[in-house]
Design a protein around this ligand. Structure first.
Ligand code: RB5
Length: 149
């Protein structure tokens, strides 16, 4: 799968570790930065370009990491067509895709360790939206662009 990644200084280390794991699994990674640790960098500068790439279909899924995962989630969700969520448990990692068509997973680099993060990302990437009628209805209520006139 072609996957986009982005992180600020709070998420840089986890992004790099996850990138290695995903490359080992033969995923194609597009890294939207940062490409080094800069304590003064700002997560939207990396997360918003990633979110736009997901919305445009340039990458299939996105992984956004900041210190807590909260800022990354807020920034990514400002981009139309992106459904991002901060994930800390396995159930939400796959159910967020199956029911809610989540296309960006947000992680906290200061919260979640690499082994747990790798399992969460694997569950996220393996999951597919079910296209269930009730889920489509709920998504349309949450997102005006998905509503049929
Ligand atoms: C940066 O210090 C930190 O605020 C950021 O990585 C993130 O945790 C914001 O939600």
């Amino acid at each position: 799968m072609k996957i986009g990644m982005a992180a600020d200084h709070g998420g840089f280390e986890l992004k790099e570790l996850l990138k290695l794991r995903l490359k080992e699994l033969n995923h194609i990674i597009v890294d939207f930065g940062n490409n080094h640790i800069d304590p003064s960098d700002d997560y939207p500068d990396y997360v918003v370009p990633l979110a736009k790439a997901v919305a445009d279909g340039e990458v299939e899924r996105g992984i956004a990491v900041c210190g807590s995962g909260v800022g990354a989630s807020i920034a990514a969700n400002k981009v139309a067509g992106v459904r991002a969520a901060l994930i800390t448990d396995h159930f939400a990692a796959h159910q967020g895709v199956e029911d809610d068509d989540m296309n960006v997973i947000c992680l906290g680099g200061r919260i979640t360790g690499i082994e747990t993060a790798a399992e969460l990302v694997e569950a996220f990437l393996d999951a597919r939206f079910t296209n269930g009628e009730r889920h489509l209805r709920r998504l349309a209520k949450a997102d005006p662009s998905r509503r049929k006139i």
